[in-house]
Design a protein around this ligand. Structure first.
Ligand code: ADP
Ligand code: MG
Length: 688
């Protein structure tokens, strides 16, 4: 049995009744495998003795004697305080909130083994979060080893989780290895059954580290195996090489009111070479917000279409997909390109003829949301798939897209750059083009910070911009009051801005609960200048392109992540005018929030911001591995575990190079895991 095959419900554990099952479910634990893989968030090293006097350097861990009991507070608040003294003579108080029963179990005169963090409060050394246990042997202090500390949820204490995990290990812990034996040895990893034991019952911190390393490596190894198999599949049969037909693209280029930037030209040269090459393209196009990636995507689509193929452009939100479709209508329809739009909101009546037109080849370019990849969307000759803002999609979702049609060329686009090594390892065989040049004449956005309470000054500034005929965005973290009271929300602020602050200007509002048709109309009015300001939630975050907008006001800026702030700021500074971004922060600004807001003020460079984001947020979010849903990295972190990732990549590639069909002894283990253990299974093949 492989670990991830263990699908017995946790209720099969002795003593795990419905109440416990419910609480465990809040931790995401439903099945045996979930419990065995529940990562401890920390370990308490109870092997090392630490006396009360050393409380400042870590949790106290020593034997003590109970000197006296004390009570304070009244009625239901009446609380027991147990005075203890260690062998050095240091005294401290154990404050027993909600634990009156300790009066009996920790009687005066008893000798205890004590573990807990202490602090100096109200003139005494105190702890209210401690473990204490009577030791009957008097002097002998037996250390209890290293204890895992699990994430908890209401009604589920540390001791219960430890007990459950221990039972689970006894019942289900004898699992098979998921890694080839040679790899386990070569990388000095533990066998899977041992890794589980060491994870939950380590004798030393080194044990726990070995367990974590093994589990992280296993995740990364399978990620690399899947990526490697995809790229092998991509190269299965070479196609005839030649050159792309650039005629349509040249016509578009001539009609543009500007010329392409060097970065755009270089990216297009890479793309043209790939599209003419023997294998389907798999390329990541990186370029900061406003660098003009959309146009590159359109030109690539024209290469495909001129060659008699179809192209699909996919965006993560309906708003962005609509905008791309509108731009395509403006730029490409005059060239004779037959265009369609598809999202989950396209009604059945319109959807049917659209699907048949796609299948018969009567549509050249379809722009849409992930609805494009539902199983009933069939193409006649899909040559190119463009995924805009690709970091919004999971790794495996992206891999799945390549299986649509007869191995189309894939172009992923992202404004969230990732370090090159990470790109190569996480994205496997993706080639990378980077646009580093912004279109000429762009002025860097000037960012101002303002404290909540000083918004009036910000509004005055914006008013002058609006009077000069420019436009402004106002972004809030919430849709309306029902979400949470202490924050400003879009609906209320729309009312206030329209009535009190800018009564002389017309504004609009969009957020997730506005119907798509209204969103679209509002966006169109804002783009056309019929509306001067737009109040929104982060729905305007990705891709929205209105060059006349010169002000971005983000209130409660501390509520937004760094990548989101950068994306939002990227909505301005797209025209020739100087643009401004105002980050209005409120008192809830913590250290993290402060660092984010400062980072935004300090730089407009997307690469620097992405690095900072990586440091602050962890890479899972950024690479999409964290949210792939199918292969979750619960132990591995592609940045922190960069070395492990390299090792896993090397091993996976070596195995695939020697045994692409996974038929040999090592390969058969891998194949069995892929086939039987569902979270690793290549369900992507089924979605494609
Ligand atoms: P992003 O890379 O963020 O997706 P867009 O494709 O939305 O950027 O482009 C931003 C704006 O720059 C658009 O209004 C687009 O028309 C304009 N643009 C694109 N390429 C150029 C260029 N070479 N010169 C001038 N403006 C350009
Ligand atoms: Mg874009």
């Amino acid at each position: 049995m492989f670990l991830r095959e263990l699908s017995s419900p946790v209720s099969e554990l002795p003593g795990c009744g419905p109440a416990l099952v419910k609480r465990l479910s809040r931790l995401g634990v439903f099945r045996a495998a979930d419990l065995l893989l529940l990562p401890p968030r920390d370990y308490e090293d109870r092997a090392a003795l630490r006396l009360l006097s050393a409380f400042g350097s870590g949790p106290v861990n020593c034997p003590v004697n109970v000197l006296a009991h004390d009570w304070f507070g009244f009625g239901r608040m009446r609380t027991l305080k147990v005075w203890v003294e260690d062998d050095e003579g240091t005294r401290a108080a154990l404050v027993c909130f909600n634990r009156p029963f300790l009066e009996k179990s920790l009687p005066v005169g008893a000798r205890l083994r004590l573990f807990g963090r202490f602090e100096w409060r109200f003139g005494e050394l105190q702890s209210s979060a401690f473990d204490a246990e009577r030791v009957d042997t008097g002097d002998a202090f037996r250390p209890a080893g290293v204890l895992p500390v699990y994430p908890l949820t209401e009604g589920l204490g540390q001791a219960s989780v430890r007990k459950l995990v221990r039972k689970a290990l006894e019942l289900w812990g004898r699992v098979d290895d998921e890694l080839p034996h040679g790899v386990i040895q070569k990388r000095s990893l533990a066998r899977m059954a041992d890794a589980l034991r060491l994870l939950h019952r380590p004798a030393s911190p080194d044990d726990a580290a070995l367990a974590r390393r093994t589990l992280a490596y296993t995740e990364l190894f399978y990620l690399q195996i899947m990526i490697g198999r995809r790229s092998l599949a991509r190269r299965e049969e070479a196609r005839p090489t030649g050159s792309v037909d650039t005629r349509l693209a040249c016509v578009l280029e001539e009609r543009l009111p500007f010329s392409l930037t060097e970065g755009q030209k270089a990216a297009l040269a890479d793309i043209a070479a790939d599209m003419a090459g023997p294998w389907p393209m798999a390329r990541l196009l990186q370029g900061d917000v406003g660098s003009g990636k959309t146009l590159v995507a359109f030109m690539a689509a024209l290469y495909a279409i001129a060659g008699g193929g179809q192209a699909a452009i996919m965006a993560p939100t309906e708003l962005l997909a609509r905008q791309h479709a509108d731009t395509a209508a403006r730029l490409l329809e005059p060239l004779g390109v037959r265009l369609a739009f598809l999202s989950g909101n396209v009604a059945d009546a319109a959807r049917k003829p659209l699907l048949s037109a796609l299948a018969s080849g009567d549509i050249d370019l379809v722009v849409g949301t992930h609805a494009l990849f539902s199983a009933d969307v069939v193409f006649r000759t899909l040559r190119l798939v463009v995924v805009d803002e690709q970091h919004r999609f999971g790794v495996l979702q992206r891999l799945a897209m390549g299986s649509k049609g007869s191995r189309p060329d894939m172009l992923m686009m992202s404004a969230t750059p990732i370090p090159r090594t990470l790109a190569l390892t996480v994205y496997g065989d993706l080639a990378v083009s980077t646009i580093t040049t912004l279109p000429p004449g762009r002025l860097p956005v000037i960012t101002h910070l303002a404290r909540m309470g000083n918004e009036a000054k910000v509004y005055d500034f914006v008013r002058r911009e609006l009077e000069a005929g420019r436009r402004a965005y106002f972004v809030y973290p919430l849709v309306d009051r029902s979400d949470r009271v202490e924050l400003k929300d879009a609906v209320a602020m729309y009312e206030r801005l329209s009535r009190e602050v800018f009564p002389e200007f017309k504004g609009g509002i969009i957020h997730s609960r506005v119907p798509e048709a209204d969103k679209r109309a509002t966006m169109a009015d804002f783009a056309a200048g019929k509306l001067s300001f737009l109040v929104a939630t982060s729905v305007v975050e990705v891709g929205v392109d209105v060059p006349e907008a010169s002000c971005m006001v983000i209130e409660h800026a501390e509520r937004f992540g760094l990548a989101a702030l950068h994306q939002l700021r990227g909505r301005v500074g797209r025209g020739k005018e100087q643009s401004y971004c105002f980050l209005v922060w409120s008192d809830g600004l913590g250290d993290e929030g402060k660092r984010r807001v400062m980072a935004m003020k300090d730089t407009t460079d997307g690469f620097l911001i992405a690095e900072e984001d990586l440091r602050m947020r962890g890479p899972g979010q950024i690479t999409g591995t964290g949210q792939s849903g199918q292969l979750e990295l619960s132990f591995a972190d592609p940045v922190r575990d960069a070395e492990l990732l390299e090792a896993a990549r090397e091993d996976a590639q070596a195995i695939l190079a020697e045994d692409p069909g996974l038929l040999g002894a090592d390969g058969s283990v891998i194949r069995a895991v892929l086939e039987r253990a569902s979270p690793f299974a290549e369900r992507t093949a089924a979605t494609g």
